[in-house]
Structures are given as structure tokens and as C-alpha cells.
Design a protein around this ligand. Structure first.
Ligand code: KIV
Length: 271
């Protein structure tokens, strides 16, 4: 008899239940099989295949260059690793802003070719039609407001958004529009903690923050940042759980030394 225990998969409905009972949602990014396997095994609720892959994996300065096919490559690697987490994939810049038909085509391509569970789009009222059209095909949508890195050339900087009353009010209204459109959850990035808490209290879908304080329904970080692999990026909101840049550098240096000194491989490390 098999003793294999069925893993209960996280669903969009469960995330909404978590908000209702006050249980915080933990979300992290992943772009490859090995990292996704470790994160899923650790018990994360949501894995985001973020277009931050453009920065973290490909070394671009912004998220703009990453393509739909590249996002699908990352997403399908992640999906092969997952037993439990809900996997959300970013629609990359240029794959949905044209019109709602283009947005639907891109979302379907991601779902079909990667096996992902949901997509994420940046923006508010201006992408309402696209969100509704994607949802009409049965694809769950996560919204993203505040600092939206795909619009970096419009903003000009990566500083905190919505500090002024007018932008804050617009953000709250956008959050309500995204909820009405049918988004199952919302990311708010780099906005004042007070405003983020107000957004969370104004809508019934979960609000997941990055640089948005503790008054929201969950948190997301870029995994490579929280592991300390990216040491040149140090925003105030980032908590580093490891210093992998230093420990990996030490390991690589030791390996180089061992090879050069002929210490590696030794008698027991060969056939
Ligand atoms: O691409 C990404 O990693 C994101 C998170 C920062 C929310 O969108």
C-alpha cells in the first residue's frame, strides 16, 4: 500500500479565504526548476515567475526587454518543480498593452505552453478591458499597482509611489476597479504603508505588498534579493535572510584554490 500523502494545492479561492481569516500570504519569485523546488518544498503559498527575471536572470537594467517566449521558458521550468504553490506568471512588457485581444492571446499562450495557474498584469483602469477579457477565458488575473517597473521610463525613478494625495486616491480607485474587474489578488509595490493598509481595508481580495509595510494581506520579495545573492541592491524594505553573495564567493574561491593546488579531487573523489 502506498503511504504517499496527497499534497493540497494552493488555489486562488484559498488565498481569498486566508485574507478573510487574517492569515498572511507568503509569496516569492522563482525563475528556474531548482530554486522553485526548494521554495515550494519550504511551504510557500505563491510563486511569482516575475518579469524581474529580466534583471536577475538576464542582467538587463529594466524589465522591458524580456519576451513572452522567455517568460514561458522560465514559467515551464518552475511549473515542473511545483507540488503545492500557486504559480503566477507576469505578462511581459509589450505583450498586453496593445489591446484586450492581444492581452488574451498572450495570457492563453502562457497558460497553454507553461502550465501556469494565473497571470499578473501591471496597471489600473487602463487595462480593465484586458483583465476582463482574460478572465472571460477562465484565466485568473493578479493586478499590480504602485511602482510598476514596466513603466519606469514614464516614472523616471524607482522611488516610492503615491506619496501625494491625488496619486494615492487614484491608486485606491484603481484597486477597487481591479477588484470589480475580477482580479483574485493584487500586488502593491513601494507605496506608503498607511496607504497600502487603506487599500487592503477597502477591497476584499488579498493585497500582497513589496515595500508596502505590514498592513497588507501578504508579502512578496525577489528571492535572489532576500537570499543576499544580489548585493548591490539594498532598498529599505528588503530583509536579507542569507548573505549568499559572500558565502558563494567563498565557496568558488575555495574550489579554484583546491583545483589549482591539486587538492581536488582526492582519492575518495574518483573512480
Ligand atoms: O517581477 C517581479 O518580481 C514582481 C515583484 C517585484 C512583485 O513583479
Amino acid at each position: 500500500m502506498s503511504v504517499h500523502k496527497e499534497v493540497k494545492k494552493v488555489t486562488t479561492h484559498q488565498l481569498q479565504e486566508m485574507k478573510r481569516r487574517g492569515e498572511k500570504i507568503a509569496m516569492l519569485t522563482a525563475y528556474d526548476y531548482t530554486m522553485a523546488k526548494i521554495i515550494d518544498h519550504a511551504g510557500i503559498d505563491v510563486i511569482l515567475v516575475g518579469d524581474s527575471a529580466s534583471n536577475v536572470m538576464a542582467g538587463h537594467e529594466t524589465t522591458l526587454p524580456i519576451t513572452l517566449d522567455q517568460m514561458i521558458y522560465h514559467a515551464s521550468s518552475v511549473i515542473r518543480a511545483i507540488d503545492r504553490a500557486l504559480v503566477v506568471v507576469d505578462l511581459p512588457f509589450g505583450s498586453y498593452q496593445g489591446n484586450s485581444k492581444e492581452a488574451l492571446t498572450s495570457a492563453i499562450k502562457i497558460m497553454k505552453e507553461s502550465g501556469a495557474h494565473a497571470v499578473k498584469l501591471e496597471g489600473g483602469r487602463e487595462i480593465k478591458d484586458s483583465i476582463e477579457r482574460i478572465l472571460s477565458a477562465g484565466i485568473p488575473v493578479m493586478g499590480h499597482l504602485g511602482l510598476t517597473p514596466q513603466s519606469i521610463y514614464k516614472f523616471g525613478t524607482y522611488t516610492v509611489r503615491a506619496k501625494e494625495e491625488e496619486e494615492a486616491q487614484r491608486l485606491i480607485n484603481d484597486a477597487k476597479i481591479l477588484e470589480e474587474s475580477g482580479c483574485f489578488a493584487l500586488v502593491v509595490e513601494k507605496i506608503p504603508a498607511k496607504l497600502a493598509a487603506e487599500v487592503s481595508n477597502s477591497i476584499s481580495i488579498p493585497v500582497i505588498g513589496i515595500g508596502a509595510g505590514g498592513g497588507v494581506d501578504g508579502q512578496v520579495l525577489v528571492t535572489h534579493d532576500m537570499l543576499g545573492m544580489t548585493h548591490e541592491f539594498s532598498p529599505r524594505f528588503l530583509r536579507r535572510y542569507l548573505s549568499l553573495y559572500e558565502s558563494m564567493t567563498g565557496a568558488f574561491q575555495q574550489y579554484i584554490k583546491d583545483v589549482k593546488s591539486k587538492d581536488f579531487p582526492n582519492e575518495t573523489e574518483q573512480y
